[in-house]
Design a protein around this ligand. Sequence first.
Ligand code: PNW
Length: 465
Amino acid sequence: MPVNNLLPKDFTWGFATASYQIEGSFDKDGRGPSIWDKFTKTPGKIRDESNGNIATDSYNRWKEDLQLLKEYGVKAYRFSISWSRVIPKGGRNDEVNQAGIEFYRKLIEELVRNDIVPFITLYHWDLPQELQDRYGGWLNKEEITQDFVHFAKVCFTSLGDIVKNWITVNEPWCVTVLGYGNGIFAPGHISNTEPWIAAHNLLIAHAHVVNLYREEFKSSQRGQIGITLDCHWMIPYDDSPENKEAQARAIDFRLGRFADPIYKGYYPLRIKTILQDRLPDFTPQEIALVHGSSDFFGLNTYTTHFIRDGGQDSDELNGNVKTGHTRKDGTELGTQSDLPWLTTYAPGFRSLLNYLWKTYRKPIYITENGFPVRNENSLSVDEAIHDKDRIEYFKGYTNAMLDAINEDGVDVKGYFGWSLLDNFEWAEGYQVRFGVTHVDYKTQKRTPKDSALFLKNWFDDHLQK
Ligand code: PNW
């Protein structure tokens, strides 16, 4: 195979998970409750009325999970730290729970011993409930900034000697729009002002954590730190000027409102124009800290949408657009997954990578990418593990990434499949499965799906030796 069909030697790959989705043991060894522990108790919020009390029991079965990672031949593993396991009440004056730190320390040491590089997310949505109760969580700029910085400092101090890759926050769009805008995620607020305040504060808190790392830890620990944003690729429904403008607006509302302040130093004009006074201003000191506050572009991406101008009655949270995956001529973009918003369209992935590279010029880590096979949850294990549609998805997306790197010159540094295991899929409960490993939730038995082997072989074939 010619070299230009390969990935650079230092390209990294693996699988991703998140604490609340896999750990379980919600009250073990001193863990405090998070906003997801509370939110899952609200009737009607979780499709099957389930929660993360047990999840995939990975707090107890982490050795078995690590064995899977080894079997799959990964170079890296991305997971998140449960804030309330480390600081049960969450705040800067609250007690630190050594048992929580030790859990992550053991896991990380074992990963490193096995040559698996840890990528750690500090905040994957499980805010300590106490901080939500005390001051409204992300709505209180001063408090959340100080508490998030303190939590990060505890993590850098106790784990930073063996962790070199940090992600501050996973998907601020989900945190703020789904959490504070339409109430689909914890803490379940519905508002047209709060999502913008929470997002603004989140950017500032993130920037202070990055600043702390750079000032106090980077020179000795020599790691990198950044943020993970999520975005679908978006295609205008047709060539009309209003739909082309709608596409640009939809990208700004999903991505630009986080990426532009971080990588360019200002909010997109389209956002300001629509929100006016509801969009908080940065002080000069704040924006100086936010601008440049990510060493890389962490990207979670799953799909592509067609975008149409939505008019007045559409959802302002997403920029007043209508989304879909059916072309004007009635044909479908790709294979439908188990979630309405997700269909296969690998060329869109390549376009998105090109767009990000051209717009922000930062090395990209794909921190999540994956596919829930339609109706997989109704299949037996023996059927579910032959996950043909997931393999097709991964085949298309990995090859699209390869073309973006080798033909278009996009700087992609790593790729993480979502997810190592079937797990608690937030508002969908356990009904939707994203894993490359099947989990039987009654017995906690793990069974590798064909897609795990597919990715192992694909990276074996495409990594320069
Ligand atoms: C991401 N959307 O969430 C999260 O980072 C994961 O924890 C999650 O399991 C995974 O993707 C699959 O859903 C998203 O509505 C949730 O567009 C919703 C959306 C996108 C990403």
